[in-house]
Design a protein around this ligand. Structure first.
Ligand SMILES: [Zn+2]
Length: 128
C-alpha cells in the first residue's frame, strides 16, 4: 500500500464537491415531484369464456390494469381509457421518484466513502 499524498486530499475535495452537486440535483428533482401512483400499469388481454363472443374467435378483450402492491399481495384495478393517460403519467412520476431516491442514496454512499478517504489523506498529510 502506497502512502496517501497531499494531492489526494485535493482530489477528494473535488470529488466531494461534485457529489454534493449531484445530491443537490437529486433532492431538487424529488422536491419537484407532484402526485404519483404506486404500482405498475399493464394491458391485459383475455377471453371471457362466453360462447359466441368475438373473443372465442381470436380477438381478445382488452383492459388496462393498475397493479399495486399492498398488504403482501397485489391489488388490481381496471383503468378506463379516459383515465389511462393520467394514470400512466402518475405511474411514470412514481418511477422517476424511485429512481431519484435510488440515485440519491448511491451518491450519499459515495460521498461517505470520499469523506472517509479525505480523512485518511489529511491525517497522512500532517507532519509529525
Ligand atoms: Zn369475450
Amino acid at each position: 500500500m502506497t502512502a496517501p499524498k497531499r494531492h489526494d486530499a485535493s482530489a477528494r475535495r473535488r470529488e466531494a464537491g461534485r457529489l454534493l452537486q449531484e445530491i443537490a440535483a437529486e433532492v431538487a428533482a424529488l422536491l419537484a415531484c407532484q402526485g404519483f401512483r404506486r404500482g405498475s400499469l399493464y394491458r391485459w388481454r383475455h377471453r371471457c369464456g362466453r360462447s359466441g363472443c368475438h373473443c372465442a374467435a381470436g380477438v381478445r378483450h382488452e383492459h388496462w390494469v393498475l397493479s399495486v402492491p399492498g398488504g403482501g399481495k397485489l391489488v388490481k384495478a381496471y383503468i378506463g381509457v379516459d383515465d389511462l393517460d393520467r394514470v400512466r403519467r402518475q405511474v411514470e412520476a412514481y418511477r422517476r421518484f424511485r429512481r431519484a431516491r435510488r440515485r440519491l442514496r448511491q451518491a450519499e454512499a459515495r460521498l461517505e466513502e470520499v469523506l472517509e478517504r479525505l480523512g485518511e489523506a489529511l491525517a497522512a498529510a500532517r507532519p509529525p
